[in-house]
Design a binder for this molecule. Structure first.
Ligand SMILES: *Cc1c(COP(=O)(O)O)cnc(C)c1O
Ligand code: SF4
Length: 353
């Protein structure tokens, strides 16, 4: 057994184990984890003990998860967009292939909470093969997003088998892996894994950090190892109440991600997933955070604030409004709120010269 597999084996999965380690109510955790699974690795548990609320809230079951009648079981309409089980085809040229039902930690705000880590999510070689057959039969798909659960919980051997079969499909140009492992189980990222992934370029990884305290020596090492294998790294952060819903926390997170060679990609408005209502912030909060970032930190550190539309309608960017009017000239304010203008018509443009 490798060290990361031992880390999984030693993870907390019961309310009793958790109550021995952290201040929480055994009965409540038991009731919630019956519905939505619990897993916290010794590594992340240690980080929770050092940091408190922002990490605790992400990992420890909360009774509020059971009382969210407005939430939707499948907010992104994924099941309706699945031509075969565990493949979601929403956009013309890319598809999402779910290859693993488990994660190193079960995030309380997970958008796929209805099935991740549960017996409802059945992934076998048969479902993966059906997904690959669909990709082969649909050449309009040029990019495959390999996700789950967390694909990096598969063994190197199993993951390589899938990557090799994806690479055999001529119409697939880009492989993208979505994984939270560099954050929640960084010891999983070994030199052997990086060397294996490197054979399947162009391969991108989008990871998922939500708080600066998650950037440790270990998680930095994991990201740098992947970056050194030539894998461009992005981050999909979720905006979460009581975790990272302030300009200061988001600014520090985005700047520190750049330092470990991870380019902030999306900052997600929380989905309308049932059991996650207590994490949701208003859109105004997100827009104010974006406004505080744009212009005041490196453009490299600015993610796109995005909302994934209910019912599988796709992601849209949410951008603070800089435009004040648009006629023959564009009137706008800059990042310091100073009025500016720019000619809008070709005629006006010529006059300018
Ligand atoms: C988010 C998502 C994608 C990828 O969208 P990008 O904007 O390219 O990151 C693809 N398929 C599904 C089903 C998705 O939810
Ligand atoms: S790692 Fe991703 S898929 Fe797994 S529980 Fe967390 S948010 Fe959900």
């Amino acid at each position: 057994m490798t060290s990361w597999q031992k880390e999984i084996k030693n993870s907390i999965i019961t309310s009793k184990q958790l109550a021995e380690e952290l201040d929480c109510i055994d009965d409540e955790v038991a009731a919630v984890s019956k519905q939505y699974p619990l897993r916290i690795s010794p590594y992340y548990l240690d980080l929770i003990k050092k940091t408190g609320a922002p990490l605790y809230r992400q990992a420890v079951p909360d009774v509020q998860e059971l009382n969210d009648p407005q939430g939707m079981v499948d907010p992104l309409g994924e099941e309706n967009l699945s031509p075969v089980p565990n493949l979601v085809h929403k956009y013309p040229d890319r598809a999402l292939l779910l290859v693993c039902s488990e994660c190193a930690m079960y995030c309380r705000f997970c958008t796929r909470k209805r099935k991740v880590g549960k017996s409802e999510m059945v992934i076998t070689d048969k479902t993966v093969t059906a997904g690959l057959d669909y990709l082969r039969a649909t050449p309009a798909i040029r990019e495959v997003l390999i996700s789950g659960g967390d694909p990096l919980l598969l063994t190197d051997h199993r993951l390589e088998d899938i990557l090799r079969r994806v690479r055999e499909i001529p119409s697939i140009e880009i492989i993208r892996i979505g994984t939270r492992v560099p954050c929640t189980l960084p010891m999983r990222v070994t030199p052997e894994l990086a060397a294996m992934l490197k054979k399947y370029h162009p391969l991108y990884i989008n990871t998922h950090f939500n708080h600066p305290a998650e950037i440790t020596q270990e998680s930095s090492r994991a990201c740098i190892l992947l970056a050194d294998a030539g894998i461009p790294l992005g981050c999909q952060t979720v905006l979460l109440r009581g975790v990272n819903d302030s300009p200061e926390v988001i600014r520090e997170l985005m700047c520190r991600l750049l330092q470990i060679r991870v380019k902030p990609y999306y900052l997600f408005q929380a989905d309308l997933t049932r059991g996650t209502g207590h994490f949701r912030t208003s859109i105004d909060t997100g827009l104010a955070i974006m406004k505080s970032l744009i212009g005041s930190v490196s453009g490299m550190a600015v993610p796109t604030y995005a909302l994934d539309a209910p019912g599988g309608k796709g992601k849209i960017p949410l951008t603070p409004d800089y435009i004040t009017s648009l006629g023959d000239s564009l009137e706008f304010v800059n990042y310091r709120n100073l009025p500016c203008s720019y000619p809008n018509t070709i005629k006006a443009f010529r006059n300018c010269k």
